[in-house]
Write a protein that binds this ligand. Sequence first.
Ligand code: HEM
Length: 249
Amino acid sequence: MLVLATYDQVSAALADRDLIVPPTPAATTGVGWLRSAVPRFSSGATHARRRGLVEAPLRALVPDTLRRRARALADRPDTAAVEVLAEALGVAVDPAVVVAAARAYLPPVEPTPADDAAVASLVAALGGTWDEATAARACLLVQACASTAGLIRNALPYKDSGVPEAVLAETLRHSPPVRVLRRQAPDGTLTELDLAAANRDPAVFPDPDTFDVHRVGNHRHLSFGVGLRPCPGDNHALAIAAGVLEGSS
Ligand code: HEM
C-alpha cells in the first residue's frame, strides 16, 4: 500500500476528488450494515446526502452547552462524549452499547457477533428501523466515541499546562486519536494517509516531537481531516473535551 506522510501530500490527497474512501460491502444488519449506510464510507451523491443527515442534528447542538454538561462527567472520561451527545440528541442508550458498537466500526477490524449485537442494540435504542436516518444518528454517537475519548485521554496529562483550547490543539497535533485515513484511487490502488506523521512534519511544525502548548500554528494539524470531507463534529468534540479537562481540575 502507498503511504503518504508529509503534510503537503496528506493535505493534497484529502482534497483530491479522484481519491475515494474505500467502499464497504452492502449488508443488512450489524456493523456491516452501519458501515454501508453512513457518510464515512460513502462517496459522490450518496455521501452528500448522508453528510446532510449528520450535519443537520449537529447544527442544532450548542457547543457551550455540551461543554458545561461535560464538566459534570469528568470522572467518566471514556464515555463523557457519548453521554453528553446522546443526551443532547435525545437518545436513551447505555454508553457501553455505543462503546461496543464502535469497537469494529473502522475497517480493517473484523466485526465479531458481539459487535453486530451491539449495533442491533444501538439501532433498537434509536427506534428499531434499519434505515439511513437511523444510521446517521448511530454514526454520530459511534464516531464521537473512541475518537473523543482518545483526545481526552491524550490531553489529560497536560491539562495544567495551558487553557483547554491550547492544550487540545497541541494534543491533536502531537498525538491524534485518529492516526491514519485510507483512500482508493480509480484503479483500485489503496493509499494510507498518515495523519500522525503529517502533524509532525518538520517543514510545518518546527521541533515536531516536542509537546509545546504555546506553539504558534498548532491548530493547522490534520487530525480532524481537511479538504473534501473534514470531521463535522470537530467543534463538538473540542467543547466536550474542554469541559472534561475543566471538570478534572
Ligand atoms: C477528537 C475527536 C474526533 C476526531 C479526532 C475526529 C476525526 C475525524 C476525521 C479525521 C474524519 C475524516 C475521515 C475521512 O476523511 O475519511 C472524521 C469524520 C467524521 N466525524 Fe469525526 N472526529 C472526532 C469527533 C467526532 C464527533 C464528536 C463526531 C459527531 C458528533 C464526529 C463525526 C464524524 C462524522 C459523521 C464523520 C464522517 C464525515 C464524512 O465522511 O463526511 N467526529 N472525523
